[in-house]
Design a protein. Structure first.
Length: 135
């Protein structure tokens, strides 16, 4: 079985490389964080499967970390997929009833590629993890 980020030729021949590397066919990536706001909501292990199923099938998505209350998801950027489109799609998916109790918490790190400055989302700007004074 091949992962979404690999080809039939095996690891290293797909589009996934380490953090901060440009993809072979794309122009970067964004890491988004979703958090569980309601303790009665499904845990992260179930939620990540539901979330991935609600995103566009042609996107290259990789769960970077999955815990009971927090998910970090890496999504590859390309000419048609920019950080704003990713944020809107993930926010829309999180609005689905299957993901009640989960919310987008911002960027895990600065988006990379496509001149990818921060893209504010509905309600709040993503937090800067390098700034301890930011809430």
């Amino acid at each position: 079985m091949t992962r979404r980020s690999e080809t039939a030729h095996g690891p290293g021949h797909g589009t996934a490389h380490g953090p901060g590397h440009e993809t072979a066919h794309g122009t970067g990536h964004v890491d988004l964080v979703a958090v569980r706001r309601d303790g009665t909501a499904a845990t992260g292990e179930t939620t990540v499967v539901r979330l991935l199923s609600l995103l566009p099938a042609h996107w290259l998505c990789t769960p970077r970390s999955v815990g009971p209350d927090r998910i970090t998801l890496r999504i590859a950027l390309d000419e048609a997929v920019d950080p704003g489109a990713v944020r809107r799609a993930v926010a829309g998916a999180l609005a689905d009833r299957a993901l009640d109790g989960w919310a987008l918490d911002g960027w895990a790190e600065e988006p990379r590629g496509l001149g990818s400055g921060r893209v504010p989302g509905p309600g709040k700007e993503p937090r800067d993890p390098r700034n301890p004074r930011e809430p």
